[in-house]
Design a protein around this ligand. Structure first.
Ligand SMILES: [Zn+2]
Length: 108
């Protein structure tokens, strides 16, 4: 699966990396397209998200095997947080319709 930046379903405009990062609001399930102002639902790719989560806990796992000093663990965390920020815009796509509601509609 090739990592791509989210594209608006309403106007087919592709968000830039900065727009995608800004559009990703962690406690909201929707955002607004910066081009056409259409409401767009955030559809997070579960696979990408689990990779990010795994990366976030990896220093703890490494710490079990190697006794890292506080300074090196902090440096490791800084690197991981940076990588996390770089990849999050690729970890979701935009949908014009609520993906959860659409699923419910199909089964009913
Ligand atoms: Zn749009």
């Amino acid at each position: 699966m090739k990592p791509t930046l989210p594209t608006c379903e309403a106007c087919s405009g592709q968000l830039t990396w900065t727009q995608s990062l800004r559009a990703q609001r962690f406690f909201y399930e929707y955002t607004y397209c910066p081009y056409c102002r259409e409401k767009q639902y955030i559809n997070t790719h579960k696979k990408h998200l689990s990779v990010i989560l795994l990366a976030a806990v990896s220093p703890l796992i490494i710490n079990l095997f190697i006794d890292l000093s506080i300074v090196s663990s902090l440096a490791l965390y800084a690197v991981i947080i940076t990588i996390g920020f770089v990849v999050t815009p690729f970890a979701y796509s935009l949908k014009s319709k609520d993906p959860i509601l659409a699923k419910r509609g199909n089964s009913a």
